[in-house]
Design a protein. Structure first.
Length: 305
């Protein structure tokens, strides 16, 4: 879910969290709607734009949560996404749009002005929907995509063949610069996330900085589960939360889904590939070992001449 790509970093820090004084809802963990610009990094300073896309996610509470169905309506009450039955330990609901090469085409397909409504049917008895979350995207000039393109700098790794090679047996330092951090609307909340995962099997490293403009982080060996020889997918994202779905006219209840997170956000996300390698001394030992294996063969070869 794209919500997990950026939004759950906010959950961890507690920004825009809903009331948790009452017992949390047994079914819904989080709801999010994102407008995303994607990039691809293949070198220390080589980053290329890929596309724009739009996503909606409803996370299921685990274990035992039930989401019977989800419908998403865009401006004009047009249906843009339908969900299917999901139970505990399932990923919940996700709507993912097609991709758009230009911002103009993207905004035509998914206008900023207008109401986006998420209807959620859960285990609560009665006529669905049990919850309605409405997102109103701000139309001011500052509540929009960050202007900064995420670029990761690795102080201990090196780029080769379009991938970042990291010695995962040592602590690694990363830096970046979110140039227009905090320059959105005064009610917006900006944040940064860095995620590393092995295929679809889950993240092996998570970092988030919400509400403060960090310029980097150190990934210690105790903070990740990366394995030498594996190739990982990674994303560095600069985001801007612009609405929490509360107090909007069609949200029900307007107090929110108890204990669940709800956000609408803009996201600039740069993907790259990490190759996990051993420390250089390991290569030296490997070279010595290969030399010892080859030495007897070379002696026999030259003794025949």
């Amino acid at each position: 879910m794209k919500l997990r790509e950026f939004g759950l970093g906010f959950v961890a820090v507690g920004v825009l969290s809903l009331s948790v004084f009452a017992q949390t809802d047994p079914d819904v963990k989080d709801v999010g709607m994102g407008r995303r610009a994607t990039y691809l990094q293949t070198g220390a300073s080589t980053v290329t734009f890929q596309h724009y896309d739009f996503s909606v996610g409803v996370g299921i509470r685990q274990p035992g949560g039930v989401i019977n169905g989800v419908q998403v309506f865009g401006p004009g009450s047009s249906v843009i996404g339908n969900g299917v039955t999901a139970t505990g330990y399932s990923s919940g609901f996700e709507y993912q749009s097609g991709t758009y090469a230009s911002l103009g085409a993207f905004n035509t397909a998914f206008p900023v002005a207008g109401s986006y409504v998420v209807n959620i049917d859960t285990s609560i008895a009665g006529t669905p929907p049990d919850y309605v979350v409405e997102y109103l995207w701000p139309t001011n000039a500052t509540s929009t995509f960050p202007t900064t393109m995420p670029v990761l700098t690795s102080l201990g790794g090196y780029w080769s063949g379009g991938s970042l090679y990291l010695d995962v047996t040592q602590n690694q330092s990363f830096t970046w610069s979110y140039g227009d951090y905090g320059l959105g609307s005064p009610t917006d909340v900006d944040g940064i996330t860095l995620e590393i995962e092995l295929s679809m099997s889950g993240n092996v490293f998570d970092y988030s900085s919400i509400g403060s403009n960090s310029t980097g982080t150190t990934m210690t060996t105790a903070q990740h589960t990366m394995v030498v020889g594996q190739t990982y997918n990674a994303k560095l994202s600069f985001g801007r939360i612009v609405d929490d779905g509360l107090n909007n006219p069609n949200s029900s209840p307007q107090s929110g889904i108890v204990g669940a997170e709800s956000i609408a956000y803009y996201l600039n996300s740069t993907s790259f590939t990490i190759v996990a390698i051993p420390e250089p001394s390991t290569y030296a030992l490997m070279a010595v070992g290969l030399g010892l294996v080859a030495l007897p063969w070379l002696r026999r070869r030259f003794s025949r001449r």
